[in-house]
Each structure stands twice: as structure tokens, then as C-alpha cells.
Design a protein around this ligand. Structure first.
Ligand code: PLP
Length: 381
């Protein structure tokens, strides 16, 4: 079975992890700092805080941006539930902005309309979370202009996006946003097993995030109330969590980062081969704008006339694994219980009814790519 996604671990990656296992510090040691510096430099952001997973990075980001009870976060419904859940963790409300049917990202037009209505109703969002779906950047300039006009913060969920580019910036640079979060789950572009990271250019947000990712406990005298009792002393000055990454994971991340450009090049090569091969089939591919280089975390197609469940099964019979990204978040029972209902976000729901994710990972050989194209062509003929 060709899976829809999988990690690529090299002998160098394994050696890097084993080196940490043989060292004195296996949790918070030099590798965590090095991983943070490596990712921050690659992305072009000033500050990075590495954490235990992408969900923790989102949770930390909303806390560092000051979201809390009574607050409001907007995101896209075509994402993993974590992009919305982060608001619920801190007692804030969630709402969704429909997608653009071509790019499959949050529609800037829908956002502009919803903001106008929200201003009239007197409840604007505190944070908007664009998700670079499948690795293709959102229209960040459009978003930043709306953020200036309406005063919300931008938290980029770039779980799919490291290695991608928007205009002359690397995804993660935070050139158009307050914070960017990443995920290093094995199907993602770069993996640390479980892992995540928060990027920002805002010193205060970075300071808050670092404090809250380790219990709200500090050893820095400048952050303490009153004087330090001595070199052993620490204070808990806020309510934080244990969101730390281990040095074993960070070492894997540092090693993986050396091949990030290679990963992105191969993902783009596979994507172009698929796009050309599917041009005459009754499917639609995600449109990547001319000023974006997608990281191609996922390759999704929309079936124009075929039944998705049948195609999913028939691909399985031909040993091609597929998946569906995503079930619209507002249709999850948890969100329906909060008042969302079918029909609320028609573009997202229409996309979901037709979408299927095909295999896409850098270790995929040319023969696997040909096998996927052959299987897709045969089941759609
Ligand atoms: C868009 C998006 N955001 C957030 C996450 C959460 O990341 P993690 O699994 O590392 O917690 C994911 C993971 O699937 C994701 O796809």
C-alpha cells in the first residue's frame, strides 16, 4: 500500500538522536536551543520557542497574544480541529470564515464581508488564524491590510507550510503576522516525531511564550516579584504548562532541517507530475497563486463527477492509500453543540463532499508516482 504521507528518516537523523541519548541532557539541552535557532534562521523570524506538538504551539500562541474568556478567534473550517480548539482552551469563542473554492484557503473576500458585519454587530475577532492549507500560503498581504483596518492579531497556522514561500518571504517569517506556529508530526514536511514550534518577531510575545511553555516558572531575576533568594531559586509568576520538546526530538529536527529544501523540491516535482497527468481527468487541483511556492504537505483533488467513497475504496483495492483533509471543523459534533450547522459554510462543505488526498511524500519514488497516476486514471475512466 502506498500511504498518503510518511516520514523520511535518514541514517544521519538516527545518528543525531543516538548522540543525544549518549549525552548528559536528553530533555532540555543544547539541541532544543539549536533547533529553535535553525528554524528561526531558515524562516527569517527573530524568535522561536520549540514545543511538544503543533497543538501546544497554537495554545501557547493564543495565550501569549492575550486571548481569554470573552475573546473571539476566527479561522477556516478546512483545517485540523486544533486550529479552532486553541481558542476553546482559553475560554474564548470560535467562528469560521468560508474558503475560496480555488485556493482552498480562507477567502479574503468572505473575511472582509464578515468583518464588516461584525463591526456593525459590535463583535470583531481578537485573532484570525489563517491556515496555509496543504502547504500553500494564504494571501497574507490581504489579511494584513484587514488586520490594520479592524485591529485583530494574525496567528498563522503553518502546520503544513514550512519550506513554502509567499512573495519574497519564507512561510514562518511573520512578516505579515504576529505569530506563526508549526507542527513536526511524521506526515508533516519536517518531523521530530511529535513536535511544534512558535515563531514571532515580537519580543514580548516570545518572552510570554517561553515562560508559559514551562509552567510559568522562571529563573530570571528580572521576571521575578521581589529579589531572588539565590542561585537555586525560581518563581512561578504565571499559570503555564509543560509544553517542552526533548533534546532527542530537537536533534531529529535539526538533522531533518538540513534536507528541508530537498524535501520541498521533491514534493513540488511530484505535484507538477500529478497536475500534468490529471489535466484531462474530471478532477480539480488546488490552485497555487503565482506569488506562492507551496510546501505541498498534501496533494488534494476534487472529484467533479465521481462518488468519493467509491473512489477511495477502489484506490485501496489498487494499493493506493488516500485520505480526506478535512471534515469541516464546524460540522464536528463538538462544534455543532456550540450552534454551528450544515449550510453555514457552503464552499467548505461543497469542497469536503468532493475532496480526496493522494499520496505525497518526498521519499516517494518515480515508480510510486506512476502507480498512483495509473490507479487514479483507471478509477476515473
Ligand atoms: C493545520 C493543522 N494545525 C495544527 C495541527 C496540530 O499539530 P500537532 O499534530 O503537531 O499537534 C495539525 C496537525 O495535524 C494541522 O494539520
Amino acid at each position: 500500500m502506498i500511504p498518503y504521507g510518511r516520514q523520511w528518516i535518514s541514517e544521519e537523523d538516527i545518528a543525531a538522536v543516538v548522540d543525544v541519548l549518549r549525552s548528559d541532557l536528553i530533555t532540555q539541552g543544547p539541541m532544543s536551543d539549536r533547533f529553535e535557532r535553525t528554524v528561526a534562521e531558515y524562516c527569517g523570524a527573530k524568535y522561536a520557542v520549540a514545543v511538544s506538538n503543533g497543538t501546544a504551539a497554537l495554545h501557547l500562541a493564543v495565550m501569549a497574544l492575550g486571548l481569554g474568556p470573552g475573546g473571539l478567534l476566527w479561522t477556516t473550517p478546512i483545517t485540523f480541529v486544533a486550529s479552532a480548539n486553541c481558542a476553546r482552551y482559553v475560554g474564548a469563542d470560535v467562528d469560521f470564515v468560508d474558503i475560496d473554492p480555488k485556493t482552498l484557503n480562507m477567502s479574503i473576500d468572505a473575511l472582509a464581508t464578515k468583518l464588516m458585519e461584525a463591526e456593525r454587530a459590535g463583535r470583531l475577532p481578537d485573532i484570525v488564524v489563517p491556515v496555509h492549507f496543504a502547504g500553500s500560503s494564504c494571501d497574507m498581504e490581504g489579511l494584513a491590510a484587514l488586520a490594520d483596518r479592524y485591529g485583530f492579531k494574525i496567528l498563522e497556522d503553518a502546520a503544513h507550510g514550512i519550506g513554502g514561500r509567499y512573495r519574497d518571504t519564507q512561510v514562518g517569517s511573520c512578516a505579515y503576522s504576529d505569530v506563526t506556529t508549526l507542527s513536526f508530526h511524521p506526515v508533516k514536511i519536517v518531523t521530530t516525531g511529535e513536535g511544534g514550534l512558535l515563531l514571532t518577531n515580537d519580543e514580548e510575545v516570545a518572552r510570554q511564550a517561553r515562560l508559559l511553555h514551562t509552567h510559568g516558572v522562571t529563573r530570571e531575576e528580572s521576571l521575578m516579584q521581589g529579589p531572588s533568594d539565590g542561585p537555586w531559586y525560581y518563581q512561578q509568576v504565571a499559570l503555564g504548562y509543560n509544553f517542552r520538546i526533548t533534546d532527542m526530538q530537537a536533534a531529529l529536527g535539526v538533522s531533518q532541517m538540513t534536507r528541508l529544501d530537498e524535501f520541498i523540491a521533491r514534493r513540488n516535482e511530484i505535484a507538477q507530475t500529478y497536475i500534468e497527468a490529471f489535466a484531462s481527468l474530471p478532477v480539480r487541483c488546488q490552485q497555487v497563486p503565482a506569488d506562492v511556492v507551496s510546501a505541498y504537505h498534501l496533494f488534494v483533488i476534487e472529484l467533479e463527477r465521481h462518488d468519493r467513497a467509491e473512489i477511495y475504496e477502489r484506490l485501496r483495492e489498487l494499493n493506493v492509500g488516500s485520505a480526506v483533509h478535512y471534515i469541516p471543523v464546524h460540522l464536528q459534533p463538538y462544534y455543532r453543540d456550540l450552534g454551528f450547522a450544515p449550510g453555514d459554510l457552503p464552499n467548505a462543505e461543497a469542497y469536503y463532499s468532493r475532496a480526496i488526498t493522494l499520496p505525497m511524500y518526498p521519499k516517494m519514488g518515480d515508480s510510486d508516482v506512476r502507480a498512483v497516476i495509473g490507479a487514479v486514471t483507471s478509477v476515473l475512466s
